[in-house]
Design a protein around this ligand. Structure first.
Ligand code: 5RP
Length: 273
């Protein structure tokens, strides 16, 4: 593997655990101003110091993240459909590799829609992006998207989608956690990170998902709504870090979560008149 490509991957998976806590805030590219991401900068900035990488589009990167930020960027480069359509799979590559390099990103990411009406197109997008990524030393993260068909998230389907992505050259794959997840990991020759999906009923449920995923071989998480739609996003991210990096149990992570919610922010006393 080329030096630049390896260096970029290493930046996203900091030494120590060798795993990664990625923060996904790329939802607006097809959902628009979804809950708690209406003002992207307000959501992102407090979370940025606690993430090993952040996944977003170039529009939100340029407008809502200061260029002084050092958090590795995973740039979403596919798009072209919105939630107003039933079929979300009609995507193309919306951002060039030159632009990704100009933005000094650590990786580019696109969705692949295996089994959907635009399966061929999204897999061709992946092949093109991998060719360009290899030429420029930029790793490609394939996201095994299911569109609105959330019920597709089972081991048989996800193992197929992850394996196809790796066969076409993806350097990393993002998928969902599912029952039998270790089969998905075992048959995918590149590292897998796990998305959270729609917000779960409790903090404990989201931490449990992350714990199972890591336990069964995921190299990290790339989670969004279960972090920034929670009441305490920073505490949630801190708790997830203990699972991913320190091997914490769900109970230990919950303790971290509650301790973090109790931290009183340092605010300057009101100026005396
Ligand atoms: C949006 C994405 C998201 O980045 C991915 O689904 C992770 O976010 P969440 O944990 O909210 O599912 O790919 O298309």
């Amino acid at each position: 593997m080329d030096w630049g490509l390896r260096n970029r991957i290493t930046r996203m998976f900091p030494s120590g655990s060798g795993r990664s806590v990625m923060l996904a805030v790329d939802h607006g590219y097809f959902m628009g101003p979804t809950r708690n991401l209406e003002n992207a900068a307000a959501t992102i900035l407090p979370l940025l110091p606690h993430a090993d990488a952040i996944a977003l589009t170039r529009g939100i990167l340029r407008t809502s993240v200061p260029p002084t930020a050092t958090t590795p960027i995973v740039l979403r480069v596919s798009g072209g459909a919105t939630i107003l359509k039933d079929d979300l799979s009609d995507e193309t590559i919306t951002t060039s590799m030159e632009e990704a390099v100009r933005l000094n990103v650590a990786a580019v990411a696109l969705s692949v829609f295996v089994g959907s009406s635009h399966e061929h197109q999204s897999l061709a997008n992946l092949g093109t992006l991998v060719d360009e990524g290899e030429a420029y030393g930029v790793p490609v993260l394939a996201i095994t998207a299911v569109g609105k068909e959330l019920e597709k998230r089972d081991a048989r389907y996800l193992a197929l989608a992850c394996r196809v992505s790796a066969e076409l050259g993806a350097h990393l794959v993002k998928t969902y956690y599912c029952e039998g997840f270790s089969k998905v990991v075992d048959s995918c020759p590149v590292p897998i990170v796990v998305a959270g999906g729609p917000k779960l009923d409790s903090i404990e449920a989201a931490l449990t998902l992350a714990h199972h995923a890591i336990d069964e071989g995921a190299k990290g998480i790339d989670m969004g709504r279960n972090i920034w739609q929670s009441e305490h996003p920073v505490a949630m991210l801190k708790a997830l870090r203990t699972i991913v990096h320190d091997g914490a149990t769900v109970r230990e992570a919950l303790t971290t979560f509650h301790a973090a919610t109790a931290e009183i922010p340092l605010v300057a006393p009101p100026a005396s008149r």
